[in-house]
Design a protein around this ligand. Structure first.
Ligand code: ZN
Length: 431
């Protein structure tokens, strides 16, 4: 049977499998994880009460703090002799969140990565430059083993060393680039400054981008600059790592591998489940993991679900590209705004680049936003009148699209620091 057979089955067929796997997972955590036994008791629910997929909404949520409170292995549902891999992610404060994989979980991870790659038209004939960070972060190794299983040659270049990445990409004839979208743009700028001819020197056809929110404008710039298909890959270590969902060449939306990860959208305030087509917080229940199965894990990522069939023929539920985490939301004079929304507006303005940084400050009781943005190469910054006009355009467009008022400072090309992984888009001076 093909590795991606569940991409195409009917919804009814998949739901039978989902219910069986959900029931097994709920039973597993109830038997093996004291945290869940207690949480189910408090919620007045027993594994036997899960009779249909609708009953999922009666189960309690799991949040990131629960992983921290049970540091390091308190939520594991497998013995140490069954765990073959441990990853963790750092928070800005407090303890690490730790996840463990059994050999079975590694098979699941490899499977969803292979399905993501097949969806992206990547095959054994390809060579992938994997510039996601290798280490505790799941990005590097997650993509690596999945691609290897597919037979794709992987260059494990990890992050940083921009010039060397370009050399490897050219000399090893990489056809697939995997990294964050901002690093892809950084690589492009570097390639231009080092005198490469993008179309002649490189052989890229597909890019697997993720690990940070990106506006439509940035995605288009990356695709156009490198001349490749922009594929977005989404995941988080608590659920599996990269490969929870992936976009296909027919759609900007991402197909969720829902035979392994059951998605729900909830109202982030009330916790109520929202219908398809409505934006809210993405919640995942893992239904095949053994090492650390999570029930109704709140991702804090805001998105929307759709179940209409995709042109590619896949019947998997789709999610919108994540606009941002609820934690990343800025409140500017009473208006909620995500950095990726600011980026989208900037992408529509001539004369500037998508190298920008948002600075948040407190003036008295009021939060003030200001924006530094690099002008395009070759701009005459001494032309005061033109620069004044450009500044006004940016301010007016941000106000018209997002109803926000911001100070704008235009800066020279290359003035802002480049990221070798996830971009720092907001400097918060309020704390
Ligand atoms: Zn599709």
């Amino acid at each position: 049977m093909s590795v991606n057979k569940y991409d195409f089955v009917s919804r009814e067929t998949r739901e039978v499998l989902q219910l069986k796997r959900l029931q097994e997972t709920v039973e597993r955590v109830y038997q093996l994880v004291p945290f869940y036994q207690e949480a189910f008791r408090k919620a007045g629910i027993h594994p036997k009460d899960i009779r249909s997929l609708k009953d999922l909404s009666n189960l309690p949520f799991t949040v990131k703090q629960d992983l921290r409170d049970n540091y390091p292995f308190g939520l594991f549902a497998a013995n140490q002799d069954q765990i073959v891999r441990i990853h963790s992610s750092s928070g800005t404060t407090g303890k690490l969140t730790v996840v463990g994989y059994t050999a079975h979980d590694m098979d699941v991870w490899n499977e969803v990565m292979m399905r993501s790659l097949i969806m992206s038209n990547v095959s054994a004939a390809d060579t992938m430059l994997n510039a996601y960070g290798y280490g505790l972060f799941t990005g590097g190794l997650g993509l690596h083993t999945g691609a290897e299983k597919l037979g794709c040659a992987v260059i494990p270049s990890s992050g940083g060393f921009t010039s060397r990445q370009l050399m490897l990409m050219k000399d090893f004839k990489a056809s697939v680039l995997a990294c964050t979208p901002t690093f892809a743009m950084h690589l492009y700028e570097k390639a231009i400054s080092e005198g490469y001819n993008i179309r002649e020197d490189f052989n890229l056809k597909v890019g697997l981008f993720g690990a940070e929110p990106a506006s439509k404008g940035l995605k288009q710039q990356v695709a156009k600059s490198w001349g490749l298909d922009y594929i977005e890959i989404y995941g988080l270590s608590e659920i599996i790592g990269p490969g929870a969902s992936c976009s296909c060449p027919h759609s900007d939306q991402l197909h969720i591998f829902e035979d392994h990860f059951l998605p729900e959208i909830i109202d982030p305030v009330t916790g109520d489940v929202l219908p398809d087509g409505q934006q809210g917080e993405l919640v995942f229940t893992t239904i095949t993991k053994q090492g650390i199965p999570l029930i109704r894990y709140r991702t804090k990522d805001l998105t929307t679900l759709y179940r209409e069939p995709c042109q590619c023929g896949r019947t998997l539920v789709r999610m919108d590209s994540v606009v941002g985490r609820s934690d990343d939301m800025l409140i500017v004079s009473g208006v909620n705004v995500f950095p990726s929304q600011v980026e989208h507006v900037l992408s529509l303005i001539e004369g500037i680049t998508l190298n920008y940084v948002i600075i948040m400050e407190k003036k008295g009781f009021i939060d003030r936003m200001s924006l530094q943005v690099e002008v395009q190469e070759g701009t005459d910054m001494k032309n005061i009148e033109e620069m004044g006009e450009l500044t006004k355009t940016i301010q007016a467009d941000l106000h018209n699209h997002l109803s926000i008022n911001t100070r704008v400072e235009l800066v020279e090309p290359q003035a802002l620091e480049r990221s070798l992984g996830k971009a720092v888009r907001v400097i918060d001076k309020r704390k």
